[in-house]
Write a protein that binds this ligand. Structure first.
Ligand code: 5GP
Length: 189
């Protein structure tokens, strides 16, 4: 998506450790007009997928998932990283290694909000090595629900996450696909 690629070129910064900093528009300060357009693009791509629910993980995926949910008229389920008192005992959990923080996190959703009847479109901000995607897919599988697609706003193709998801027969769609990046240079696919 050209709009997002242009924004990444203008305001994104490549940091050490293969990290793209996009916190000026995607995950700290939010460019609401841009994110609304991302949501509309996701809705166009997945218009016929029959999804009943969008699943994301806190916190960086929430804004894009919300925009997609709004454009598709679907609810958004946010996997939590900490169990709060509001969530009852019945939860699905998965362990996810965080690429950015280098720590293992447990993600969880309440069984109340994810059921075998659901067709789930998973939405996140980044697809890198695929750990977050695998954790979210595990939650869907535990519920006996069906994953109808995986969406990342930004994919770093060289980190291999796409293959793990496609191996499961799930469609992957990224709004901006980065083939290579280094300080001062970002090359899209
Ligand atoms: P993965 O699990 O696919 O390796 O990484 C995906 C998760 O790590 C995303 O949820 C995202 O929050 C974070 N992440 C991965 N790569 C980057 C990056 O280059 N920049 C930022 N800001 N977050 C990233």
């Amino acid at each position: 998506m050209k709009l997002l690629e242009d924004k990444i070129l203008k305001d994104g910064k490549v940091l050490a450790g293969d990290i793209l900093k996009v916190d000026g528009f995607l995950n700290h300060r939010l460019d609401t007009a841009l994110i609304t357009e991302l949501g509309k693009d996701v809705a166009k791509q997945f218009a016929k997928c029959g999804a009943s629910l969008i699943l994301t993980v806190e916190s960086s995926g929430i804004s894009i998932a919300f925009a997609a949910g709004q454009a598709m008229g679907l609810p958004v389920l946010v996997a939590k990283k900490h169990k709060s008192q509001n969530i009852s005992d019945g939860v699905y959990t998965a362990s996810v290694f965080s690429f950015t923080h280098k720590t293992e996190n447990t993600v969880l959703v309440s069984k109340e909000y994810l059921s075998a009847a659901d067709k789930v479109l998973i939405v996140d901000d980044f697809l890198a090595s695929g750990n977050a995607a695998m954790g979210l897919l595990s939650l869907v599988e535990q519920a006996g629900a069906e994953a109808v697609g995986f969406v990342a706003a930004i994919e770093k193709m060289h980190q291999g996450g796409r293959a793990l998801i496609e191996e499961k027969g799930i469609k992957v769609y990224s709004l901006a696909c980065i083939k290579e990046m280094r300080a001062g240079e970002i090359i899209f696919n």
